[in-house]
Design a protein around this ligand. Structure first.
Ligand SMILES: O=C(O)CCC(=O)C(=O)O
Length: 298
């Protein structure tokens, strides 16, 4: 586990970086962790993989890594509070920040897994908000060859556009959802060295290709929102306050795990999945597997 004081190496965005984010809907190549810390983090994740090779509580570790890992895995909750990430996100969203989701996007060497062109907030029940930002941190070398993200600059200026659910098994997205008609000539790659991050807007079109490199491609995605995002929307969702205060209380504030896969945290995990599935599966013509572990559908 890395030491707290070793975790952050950068801070607020400069005016130029902020302008770039506002214009393009993303910014890439921000330094967050030094090489020592990033290798400790990778090691910690790979230790979890070997310790929980049989999964936990009847679900694979990949399930927890891919959806809401911060509810049951202390390391992922702690990473959502990394000062260097929060400082940069605060430059965009302001001083009150909640982490809605923490996910790992892992592509094994030679993996054909891809991510189709999409906008994040399409199915998240947050409306068309500007106040959701994903911090995506590279925990390995996320080169063009390794299948880094590609972005369409300026696409966040669109509203939410139509997506088609493909449920393609090689797609890492929950519904294999995709936006058609993208001209790849408009896309820009966002390669990241280990320890670097990109930030992207919830409506920015993005995608990623297969991993043609000889190493694993490991990305940590943390979704941040402001307390205001749920103001005026029906229902509530769950999020963890990581900076400032939530005076709006449109989110059910969760505290973060008591330990690794504790019984009460697992109960909460399944409650969150059940409640989120009702929103995230809306309109789908088949089961959205990532939100249906068999324990959260009652
Ligand atoms: O890891 C990837 O390639 C895509 C991740 C993604 O779509 C996201 O973090 O919003």
């Amino acid at each position: 586990m890395p030491k707290d004081n070793a975790m952050s190496t950068s801070g607020n965005l400069t005016d130029a970086q902020l302008k770039q984010y506002e214009t393009d809907g993303y910014i890439s190549g921000l330094n967050v962790f030094d090489s020592q810390v990033v290798s400790e983090l990778r090691q910690a994740i790979e230790t979890l993989e070997s310790t929980y090779s049989e999964g936990a509580d009847g679900s694979s570790l990949a399930q927890y890594f891919r959806v809401n890992g911060h509810v049951v895995i202390p390391l992922l909750a702690k990473l959502a509070s990394t000062p260097a990430i929060l400082d940069a996100v605060q430059s965009i969203l302001g001083e009150n920040l909640l982490a809605w989701a923490v996910e790992l996007f892992i592509k094994e060497p030679g993996s054909e897994k891809t991510v189709s062109w999409h906008q994040d907030i399409t199915y998240w029940g947050m409306g068309e908000t500007n106040d959701e930002v994903t911090a995506w941190v590279a925990l390995s070398d996320v080169s063009v060859d390794a299948g880094c993200m590609r972005f369409i600059p300026g696409s966040h200026a669109n509203g939410i556009v139509g997506h088609t659910d493909t449920f393609d098994e090689s797609n890492l997205l929950s519904r294999g959802q995709e936006i058609g008609g993208i001209d790849e000539a408009d896309a820009r790659h966002g390669p990241l060295r280990p320890g670097e991050m990109s930030l992207h807007h919830g409506r920015c079109f993005h995608a990623s290709g297969p991993n043609r490199s000889s190493d694993r491609r490991i990305g940590l995605a943390i979704r941040y929102v402001t307390p205001d995002v749920r103001a005026g929307l029906p229902g509530r969702d769950y999020a963890m306050l990581v900076r400032g205060a939530d005076e709006v209380q449109g989110w059910i504030n969760i505290a973060g795990p008591q330990g690794l896969f504790t019984a009460p945290d697992l109960v909460l995990y399944h409650r969150i999945l059940r409640d989120q599935a009702a929103v995230l599966s809306e309109g789908a013509n088949q089961t959205v597997k990532l939100y249906d572990t068999g324990k959260n559908n009652s």
